[in-house]
Design a protein around this ligand. Structure first.
Ligand code: MRU
Length: 351
């Protein structure tokens, strides 16, 4: 059965709950779960049922609206105090993608001047809807700017999943492929499997195949050979956090790809909304890197593949220094140099 990914929403508000596409089950099972409490939201983000920087932010935003809905007090001061506590609780679900903190802060700020709890509940929900809707428009714009960097027939390599289900729609790094499809620009894609959790092998190739994009799956250790032999013209990836100087945290393995791109003289593009840019962090050195459970490396689909008791290092992200990045594709255009100056300039006009 072919499922058109463009119609699948990773996150949806359905009145009494948040409907979430369980990304841990893809591609073999398309299953939705319903989050009824803020604890469900925390667990879904932490366990990667929802993942991808913008989608995490959207889910957390709806999470605060969900919590507010069930709040039965009427004292606004008390409500605000508790809301801030919930904001901190959700922010502890994952540390690297700044969209999570950005969305939570935006939610709390939206009710700062509000007088009543009833009004605040409505404001929180409409703010979450705005964050989601804006992300869809932003990703479309990223795709439109991104496609201008490629020409018909190009072969592009991508890593992890920065597609529609990692955002409200379209994705970031995958947006140019969707927009290309709409515009009749035909691109071929190599997608890395992305160990340990296989976001490339499970999600990216599934999304692109369903959208009718020519996509080929490779394992992570095939990248250099693929660039060397398959006429790859560029690499494009998403981001979880971009520091003020352009250093970028993205899925583990991204740094190696950027170094390879430099060696082979091909452009290395980062596609990210401005909500992923964290001007409070000057360089990538200060970006917190999530360390995940050893079992993600020692096991595949619950099957143990490494000896019992083996030591494991499992960082979920790495940081690519800006010197390896050819351009950062944002909703405000393609930034190609003087990243710090450019990022500060475009961020001024963003939410
Ligand atoms: O651990 P994940 O799957 O949440 O990591 C996702 C990534 O690294 C993506 O590239 C990034 O969040 C951009 S999603 C548009």
């Amino acid at each position: 059965m072919t499922i058109k990914t463009e119609f699948l929403r990773s996150v949806e508000w359905v009145g009494r709950s948040i409907k979430l596409l369980d990304q841990t089950k893809l591609p073999l099972t398309v299953e939705y779960i319903y989050l009824l409490t803020i604890e469900d939201v925390w667990e879904s983000i932490h366990s990667l049922k929802v993942r991808g920087a913008p989608a995490i932010g959207i889910t957390a935003a709806f999470g605060l609206a969900l919590w507010a809905k069930s709040y039965d007090g009427l004292n606004m001061e008390e409500f605000l105090k508790r809301l801030k506590k919930q904001r901190y609780y959700l922010s502890s679900s994952r540390p690297t993608a700044v969209n999570l903190f950005w969305a939570l802060d935006r939610m709390v700020a939206s009710v700062e001047g509000v007088k009543t709890v009833i009004e605040a509940k409505g404001t929180l929900l409409s703010e979450a809807f705005s964050i989601q809707k804006e992300d869809e428009e932003i990703c479309k714009r990223i795709g439109e700017y991104g496609i201008e960097l490629f020409k018909d027939g190009d072969t592009i390599l991508t890593h992890c999943n920065a597609g529609g289900i990692a955002t409200a729609k379209y994705g970031t790094a995958l947006a140019p492929f969707y927009i290309g499809k709409e515009k009749g620009v035909s691109l071929s894609v190599y997608a890395t499997e992305t160990r340990p959790l296989l976001q490339g092998g499970r999600l990216t190739v599934w999304e692109l195949q369903n959208a009718g994009v020519d996509v080929t799956l490779i394992t992570d250790n095939m990248v250099a050979h693929t660039i060397q032999t398959k006429n790859v013209q560029a690499i494009i990836v998403g981001a979880d956090r971009v520091a003020a100087n352009g250093d970028t945290a993205n899925k583990i393995g991204t740094l190696g790809l950027a170094i390879l791109a430099k060696e082979y003289g091909i452009p290395f593009y980062v596609a990210a909304p401005l909500s992923t840019v964290d001007l409070d962090i000057r360089t990538g050195e200060d970006i917190p890197i999530e360390q995940r459970h050893a079992s993600e490396v020692t096991h595949i689909y619950g099957q143990q593949i490494a000896p019992e008791g083996i030591k494991v290092f499992n960082p979920a992200f790495d940081v690519t220094p800006s010197k390896y990045i050819t351009a950062i594709i944002t909703e405000s255009g393609v930034l190609t140099n003087k990243f710090e100056e450019e990022l500060r300039r475009v961020k001024k006009f963003a939410n």
